[in-house]
Design a protein around this ligand. Structure first.
Ligand SMILES: NC(=O)c1ccc[n+]([C@@H]2O[C@H](COP(=O)([O-])OP(=O)(O)OC[C@H]3O[C@@H](n4cnc5c(N)ncnc54)[C@H](O)[C@@H]3O)[C@@H](O)[C@H]2O)c1
Length: 544
């Protein structure tokens, strides 16, 4: 994805929200060409917009608007564009915009808008209305169009209380923040949210919180765990300041606390402090709290927004992206949960500085997984950069996070609710979860997955899906990165433990097995004795 500074910026908003005025000023400031689509249409038609509406009708105008936007979106030069007030009601226009740039919404109260509209008689849809009728119409139209404006990447208030310079500063600051946007996740149910990857993101977070307009009353709550709160105290404090000195809720750290009891403590805390549906959770955490508080956000008063600020590599490359949120049940891992998407994911590389190596390694297991299931060149990249990866070279790590999130976003974009393709992300997990369960969750998720990939890789060889050479190549990368080669697991107990895994479809055991590095398939009719044989491959003293 191009950086914000290389993309066209589109201003949307209701009529009189300041799109042309602010747009032109931002264009001057950023030294970019400015286009006002209404002015361009009028120039091409040789008549005013009012005349086009009166003489030719709205449909003709909308067609001209579509053509102009298609042209702008196809142009390589990044521009600043002021859209007409109703442009977003046209689905193709939204698509042009999302493909080619950033959509910024300017907003003001209906009263301010109506008063501004009344000053000029140039708005065809408001012509001849008395002030009260005009205000009523503005409110009605705003309500109708709110749905479209929600597609904006971010919003900036342009009320009369703010000077033009202030509004321009806000827009420029947010565009700068958007430079760290690496990916947009788009789900097939229409959700869309940005993933930011970079340094110093938390310390500039207030502009993001303002721009996302999640919470006009500023009732944020940070969720973290006791270990992170100590290890990352300065950054946590910065986050608290950025979120208006909001309170912090600390879960007890660790997978064993990822349950309904802990979650209930969060609900009680929020209810007693009168958090409403307008609140927003900020998960400054690894995957355990991210999943748990994410499920809290999905269920608190039927759902409130949340933002993931992952602090482990695993949560950056995996658990924060894709909207799976859950807690464990004594009968199985992640058994109580939902699909609920965050409003944004913010991977601040600063957080990784205090992450213990074993936890870092746990995240790398998922990164290796992406190479095996989806992207052979990415796997090669890891093979060639083992030392940089182990030394946490920032640029290399940033690249790993970027590509991993890209792959996850692509898969989730096609299959949000795991009815098909998304299952490939479970490579190594069916076995890994059994290992975690048998070791009473003392084995980290990532370590379980790394061992699970070894078992799955062996099973692929045994079922002739890939060659032993490829299995050795997979295991060699895992070895080089420092993953454990063995783990004592009783094959019988493992077989049983796999039965409760939620990936089991209607009593059939489903395996995600590689057919080569970069490609996997779903397998169901796999001989039980081969599965037991594959399990044996990670027993101490018997491995490739
Ligand atoms: N939702 C999904 O799609 C998905 C995908 C993969 C994994 N998961 C879940 O993620 C969880 C594992 O996540 P995790 O590996 O991040 O575990 P975690 O959240 O428990 O973090 C690991 C440990 O590191 C500590 N820690 C976190 N960040 C730190 C930092 N910056 N500095 C120092 N210490 C830090 C934590 O306190 C914890 O003790 C599992 O519960 C798994 O089920 C979910």
């Amino acid at each position: 994805m191009k950086r914000a500074s290389e993309q066209t910026v589109y201003f949307t908003g209701f009529m009189a929200s300041g799109k042309s005025r602010i747009g032109r000023a931002v264009a001057d400031r950023l030294q970019r060409p400015f286009v006002d689509t209404d002015a361009l249409i009028a120039e091409r038609a040789g008549k005013t917009i009012s005349e086009i509406f009166t003489n030719d009708g709205e449909a003709v105008f909308r067609k001209m608007e579509r053509d102009v936007l298609a042209e702008i979106a196809a142009n390589e030069t990044p521009r600043i564009v002021a859209l007409g007030g109703g442009a977003l009601t046209q689905a193709p226009i939204l698509e042009f915009i999302h493909r080619s740039g950033i959509l910024v919404r300017l907003w003001a109260t209906p009263e301010v808008l109506s008063e501004r509209i009344g000053r000029k008689a140039t708005r065809p849809l408001m012509a001849g209305l008395a002030p009260e009728e005009r205000l009523k119409k503005v409110k009605e139209m705003l309500e109708e169009r709110e749905h479209y404006y929600r597609h904006a990447d971010f919003s900036v208030e342009s009320s009369n209380d703010f000077s033009e310079d202030h509004v321009i500063e806000r827009v420029v600051a947010l565009l700068k923040f958007w430079d760290a946007r690496a990916i947009n996740v788009e789900t097939n149910s229409g959700d869309r949210y940005p993933i930011f990857i970079g340094k110093n993101l938390v310390s500039n977070m207030s502009s993001l919180l303002e721009g996302l307009r999640l919470n006009p009353s500023h009732s944020f709550l940070i969720c973290t765990d006791t270990t992170i709160a100590k290890a990352q105290a300065p950054l946590l404090n910065t986050l608290k300041m950025q979120a208006g000195q909001c309170p912090i809720f600390k879960f007890r750290a660790g997978e064993t606390n990822k349950n309904l009891n802990s979650l209930n403590q969060l609900y009680t805390y929020m209810l007693r402090r009168h958090f409403t549906r307008k609140s927003c959770l900020l998960q400054f955490s690894g995957g355990v709290v991210g999943d748990m508080a994410g499920f809290g956000a999905a269920t608190y008063q039927r759902g409130i927004p949340f933002i993931q600020i992952p602090t482990t590599l695993l949560s950056m490359v995996d658990s924060s992206v894709g909207g799976k949120v859950a807690v464990n049940h004594p009968e199985g891992k992640n058994m109580i949960g939902a699909f609920y998407q965050p409003h944004a994911v913010l991977c601040d590389l600063e957080t990784l500085s205090t992450l213990p190596f074993q936890e870092y390694l746990a995240g790398l297991a998922e990164v290796v997984k992406y190479g095996i299931i989806y992207d052979e060149p990415f796997f090669c990249f890891m093979e060639k950069n083992v030392e940089k990866i182990k030394n946490r070279d920032l640029e290399t790590v940033s690249g790993l996070i970027h590509r991993s999130c890209e792959i996850k976003a692509e898969v989730v974009g096609i299959d949000e609710k795991e009815t098909g393709l998304r299952a490939i992300l479970n490579y190594g997990h069916t076995f890994g979860h059994a290992i975690e369960k048998l070791h009473n969750y003392e084995f980290s998720h990532g370590m379980g997955v790394s061992l699970g990939m070894r078992v799955a890789g062996r099973l692929s060889t045994l079922t002739h899906r890939w060659t032993e050479t490829e299995e050795i190549r997979q295991n060699a990368l895992l070895d080089a990165l420092g993953f454990p080669k063995t783990c004592a697991v009783d094959a019988e107990a493992a077989w049983e433990a796999m039965g409760i895994d939620k990936k089991v479809e209607k009593d059939k055991r489903v395996y995600i097995l590689p057919t080569k590095i970069g490609k996997v398939e779903k397998a169901t009719a796999v001989n039980e004795s081969l599965v037991r044989e594959a399990w044996a491959s990670i027993q101490p003293g018997d491995h490739l």
